[in-house]
Ligand binder design. Structure first.
Ligand code: SF4
Length: 124
């Protein structure tokens, strides 16, 4: 299990939680997203959010990692294409670091995509 120590540095933990799950007006969401812009753990938050949302059948709600739910929905299509690239490059025996360098992502993201793919293969 991954460490959640990064949450200790999450700026949203120091503010009104309702800002991240706004109802009605988008003003609260805009405020939340401005806080996210300054947050030092935004990459970790983004990876965590994707894991949570993947585990809940892709349901997205609220602001995470500087993105609204709609923005994360759009990002999902791009992520699927990126994941396919990761699997293709893995088949060419590239390391996670090499793939990360090529695609402009972290090796940890590559490892996560590979692990998810392996689990899907095993379950099939
Ligand atoms: S990036 Fe994530 S952890 Fe940081 S303030 Fe935004 S929602 Fe919270």
């Amino acid at each position: 299990m991954k460490s959640l120590d990064w949450m200790d540095s999450a700026l949203c933990a120091q503010t009104d939680p309702d800002l991240w799950y706004p109802e009605g007006s988008g003003q609260h969401a805009r405020t939340a997203l401005r806080v996210c812009d300054q947050c030092p753990v935004r990459p970790e938050c983004g990876e965590y959010a994707q894991g949570v949302e993947d585990a809940s059948d892709g349901r997205r709600y609220g602001a995470w990692a500087g993105l609204s739910a709609c923005q994360r929905n759009r990002q999902t299509s791009a992520s699927a294409a990126r994941d396919a690239q990761i699997i293709a490059l893995t088949a060419q025996n590239l390391t996670a670091a090499q793939i990360g360098d090529r695609l402009g992502i972290t090796g940890r993201t590559v490892d996560r995509v590979r692990a998810t793919h392996r689990q899907q293969q095993e379950a099939a």
